[in-house]
Design a protein around this ligand. Structure first.
Ligand code: FAD
Length: 565
């Protein structure tokens, strides 16, 4: 088995992970964070930037929990305005403006349409007031002011919208994000500031001495080995697993988890140019055009199961299709659904209907040395982290060796985001990629959208082996170099890490990118030293993940077999 040469750029790989595991055992950390979703990643980045000694343990892959299952919006949340959560909307709009600057390759403005119908829940007048407030709350970070649209203008902009009773509507702007890559960029940024971070490491026990938490026991889920990590403060940032982690520390539950699902159809089956928000039964739903697809979401139902086993069931798919058919002129059926994703919102316990449960976060301290943070949104993760790290520094000043510098995360770009005016950068970089590197235009855009300025690092791998400049499979935008880059620079350790979270090939490629997966398994195997059997296991496990994602098609909702090789 040939092992490809290691990282030419420093790397964030299995070797980095092995070093982190050794540090977990050897060092005493200021803060140990349980959970490598966006919340834990944000805290690690902020604390590491301020010079604190940080450890982060993630039991699966980074973002494998809720943080790769969101609706992918960086938004103020018009709905929360109607619920009078003004503080949350204002904070979210400020963070939206900041994230556009910190990760302009991952966060993009998107026009939204809001059609208004006779007899609808909200009149034009109320919606206009709401959107004006939305613009005002965004302050100088506003994207573009909302506009009122006549019925004709709305029909012209979005011919697929149902016209029965249509009065007109509004256009406003919010942002879309690649949620998993935002999380990964945040974790990598923390590691650059010397945080010890590792995926596939589970905290299995919370340790204490004399009533104070002093660290955790952990298990390396790849090797099965166990160890002890000591820390002045342990933070539970475990998303929908929060109550399980709190149980390890002997503290009561605090969550009301709700499940949300999304379905993906071909763009041709629901052709939209704007994202569209619409009311269906008692809640707001949306349809978002994305690449050659449109996705529809989201359901919101109480969830009591295992957050690791959450899937879009047949009922969820039917509900989403029914909702889309109520809002658009086409006639979709569950057979049109190509991919799905489902996640569990780690909401803080409140009574009322699931859609009404607040999206703000909560911090609970106790027992001494143990802090839980839960709730919130992807959009506000940076502000949540700043608040939490401030509190820890204040409360634990003596143990942490005195004062620490203020938060800098609002002004330091995330990896790949150190550029101005993304659109201009994208065009300027795509041309030489096409002309000098022979990279097809679509693949060039994909490289820039995925890696931002770090696309140059991906190319350094292709310089070592020019065949890595080829696509992973015909018509797939991802290049072969990306599979090697994911291993060497993004700590991808399984095929699924690559196909689902480093790229989006599982959700947004015909046949879920199965052919590309085969080539990626070969390249990852060479870099990680997989034998033939391991490569086959990786493929099998990927096929099973695809089968699970489309399980709603199977009669009785049983776990279906993976498609044949
Ligand atoms: C359907 C849906 C749509 C959403 N849409 C949006 C949106 O459009 N915009 C927005 O701003 N927000 C949105 N959200 C909310 C947002 O996605 C979440 O608030 C956010 O992702 C939560 O991140 P987290 O890090 O707290 O949780 P997670 O991402 O779940 O991370 C927690 C991590 O902890 C790990 N973990 C658990 N136990 C252990 C252990 N013992 N040891 C080690 N690791 C452990 C888990 O593996 C997991 O990766 C949405 C949520 C859902 C469900």
């Amino acid at each position: 088995m040939t092992r490809r040469q290691g990282s030419p750029t420093g790397g964030f790989s299995a070797r980095t992970r092995a070093e982190a595991l050794a540090r977990f055992q050897a060092d005493t950390f200021d803060i140990a964070i349980i959970g490598g979703g966006i919340t834990g990643a944000g805290i690690a980045r902020d604390a590491a930037q301020r010079g604190l000694a940080v450890a982060l343990l993630e039991k699966g892959d980074f973002a494998s929990g809720t943080s790769s299952k969101s609706s992918r919006m960086i938004h103020g949340g018009l709905r929360y305005l109607a619920q009078r959560h003004i503080h949350l909307v204002r904070e979210s709009l400020v963070e939206r403006g900041l994230l556009l600057r910190l990760a302009p390759h991952l966060v993009h403005p998107m026009p939204w349409l809001l059609p208004v119908y006779e007899g609808g829940a909200n009149s034009r007048f109320v919606l206009r007031l709401g959107l004006t407030a939305y613009d005002v709350l965004a302050g100088r970070r506003r994207l573009r002011r909302h506009r009122s649209l006549s019925r004709e203008a709305l029909e012209h902009n979005e011919p697929a919208v149902r016209t029965n009773g249509l009065q007109g509507g509004f256009r406003y702007f919010d942002c879309l994000v690649n949620d998993a890559r935002l999380t990964l960029a945040t974790v990598r940024s923390a590691a650059r500031d010397h945080a010890a971070v590792a995926n596939y490491v589970e905290a299995t026990e919370v340790l204490s001495e004399g009533g104070r938490v002093t660290g955790v026991r952990f298990t390396d889920r790849l090797s099965g080995s166990t160890g002890t990590l000591r820390a002045h403060v342990v933070v539970a940032a475990a998303g929908p697993w929060t109550d399980r982690v709190r149980a390890l520390a002997g503290v009561p539950p605090m969550l009301r988890p709700t499940k949300g699902t999304h379905v993906v159809v071909e763009h041709a089956r629901l052709p939209l140019s704007n994202a569209v928000a619409f009311a269906f039964r008692d809640r707001m739903m949306f349809a978002v055009p994305y690449r050659d697809y449109t996705y529809i979401g989201t359901t919101d139902t109480d969830f009591t199961g295992d957050p690791g086993q959450v899937l879009a069931e047949a009922d969820d798919v039917e509900y989403s299709i029914e909702a889309a058919n109520s809002a658009f002129t086409g006639d979709l059926s569950p057979d049109d659904v190509l991919s799905t994703w489902a996640g569990v919102r780690p909401l803080v316990y409140e009574e009322g209907s699931p859609s009404e449960v607040g999206r703000d976060y909560d911090v609970q301290v106790g027992p001494e040395g143990f802090i839980t943070i839960a709730g919130g949104k992807l959009t506000t993760y940076r502000a949540m982290a700043e608040d939490l790290v401030n509190r820890i520094i204040q409360q634990e000043a003596r143990r942490l060796g005195g004062a620490k510098p203020p938060c800098r995360t609002a002004s330091t770009p995330l990896p790949g985001g150190d550029l101005d005016r993304f659109e201009r950068y994208r065009e300027a970089a795509a041309t030489p990629l096409e002309e000098s590197w022979d990279v097809p235009r679509q693949a060039a855009y994909h490289l820039l959208d995925t890696y931002g300025t770090e696309y140059l690092k991906v190319l350094t791998y292709a310089r070592q082996s020019p065949e890595l400049l080829q696509p992973l499979a015909p018509d797939v935008p991802a290049l072969a170099a990306e599979a090697v880059y994911a291993v060497e620079e993004e700590m991808a350790l399984t095929l699924e890490d690559f196909m689902v979270r480093r790229t989006e090939l599982m959700l947004f490629e015909p046949e879920h990118g199965l052919e590309a997966a085969g080539r990626a398994a070969t390249l990852m195997g060479e870099a990680l030293g997989w034998g033939r059997g391991q490569r086959q296991e990786q493929m099998e496990s990927y096929r099973q993940a695809v089968a699970d994602m489309t399980a709603f098609r199977a009669a009785g909702g049983q776990r279906p077999a993976a498609p044949p090789s």
